[in-house]
Design a protein around this ligand. Sequence first.
Ligand code: SF4
Ligand code: SF4
Length: 55
Amino acid sequence: MAYVISNDCIACGSCIGECPVEAISEGEIYKIDPDVCTDCGTCADTCPSEAIHPA
Ligand code: SF4
Ligand code: SF4
């Protein structure tokens, strides 16, 4: 299990600093590395676009 970022991402950058395991990387749409994500959900709470959801 891992959280995923959808096309609703506006690349605001809010989530990247909130991940305790640094699973999120920058881009036109930010991405979560499913091998690193621990499914904690912290990033989803910070997203203003509600672009982050459990897979
Ligand atoms: Fe990081 Fe937790 Fe978001 Fe996974 S769910 S990317 S571990 S903040
Ligand atoms: Fe994209 Fe949401 Fe992360 Fe902002 S907080 S970069 S909109 S996924």
